[in-house]
Design a protein around this ligand. Structure first.
Ligand code: AP5
Ligand code: MG
Ligand code: ZN
Length: 221
């Protein structure tokens, strides 16, 4: 099964994709994660996109579609894909159709996470991740388990690291730009998928576990 997780910044795309990967052996392809890795490694692409990402604007369609296309080459046909944060424009949606056709894959479902934008700013500004293994946390909604022991330094539930980091684009001003980009360029691609009858919706404002259950239900997992 190949699916798109669609929703504005902070909707929970990364959080839910990680669960589908863990439970069903699917593969998450997040253009945001790929771009951040390129920035960190200071590749030519990374150097080109760094300032754009920090401003919360979209990088060019060709850059992200090339990244996706390269990942697909190495992926066995039997592994289902979760597209996270891609496609984000009408041009990318067309490019994805071409890429999938080349790999004899079809798009089964587009899962839209329906959320209330005002709540997303709090979600995003409270987000942090383990610097060692990448596990995601939140100051209010998902602290590491040892946060109950106030005298101890926070420890990652998965790998035990005490080293955490925050994204440079997770400040309120940039989040507003990212949301405006979503509204202007990404939300308008939904009707395209609606015409194909493959859009399913879940309530992204529910608790993280409930959202996962809803996604499993709409995908028939
Ligand atoms: P990207 O990395 O894709 O960022 P985004 O779309 O802004 O989405 P986020 O990763 O912020 O949110 P998410 O939905 O994954 O939420 P999460 O699960 O972490 O893109 C970053 C940048 O890269 C873009 O701005 C652009 O510059 C560039 N880019 C990337 N792809 C591109 C493309 N295709 N084209 C052009 N440019 C591209 O959850 C957020 C927080 O909330 C977490 O702390 C989590 O614990 C918490 N949380 C999650 N679910 C819940 C819940 N149900 N209840 C309470 N808390 C929750
Ligand atoms: Mg994400
Ligand atoms: Zn960790």
């Amino acid at each position: 099964m190949n699916i798109i997780l669609l929703g504005p910044p902070g909707a929970g795309k990364g959080t839910q994709a990680a669960r589908l990967v863990e439970r069903y052996g699917m593969r998450q392809l997040s253009t945001g994660d790929m771009l951040r890795a390129a920035v960190k490694a200071e590749t030519p692409t990374g150097l080109r996109v760094k300032a754009i990402m920090e401003a919360g604007e979209l990088v060019s369609d060709d850059v992200v579609s090339t990244l996706i296309s390269e990942e697909l080459v190495a992926l066995p046909q039997t592994v289902g894909i979760i597209f996270d944060g891609y496609p984000r424009t009408a041009a990318q949606a067309r490019q994805l159709d071409e890429i999938l056709a080349r790999h004899h894959r079809k798009l089964d479902r587009v899962v839209e996470l329906e959320v209330d934008e005002d709540a997303l700013v709090e979600r995003i500004t409270g987000r942090f991740t383990c610097a060692h293994c990448g596990a995601g946390y939140h100051d209010k909604f998902k602290l590491p388990k040892n946060a109950l022991h106030e005298d101890e330094p926070l420890r990652c539930d998965h790998c035990g690291s005490t080293d955490f980091k925050r994204r440079p684009d997770d400040n309120e001003e940039t989040v507003r730009t990212r949301m405006a980009e979503y509204r202007a360029k990404t939300a308008p691609i939904l009707p395209l998928y609606e015409e194909r009858g493959i859009v399913v919706r879940v309530d992204g404002m529910a608790d993280i576990d409930i959202v996962t259950q809803q996604i499993e239900r709409v995908l028939g997992l």
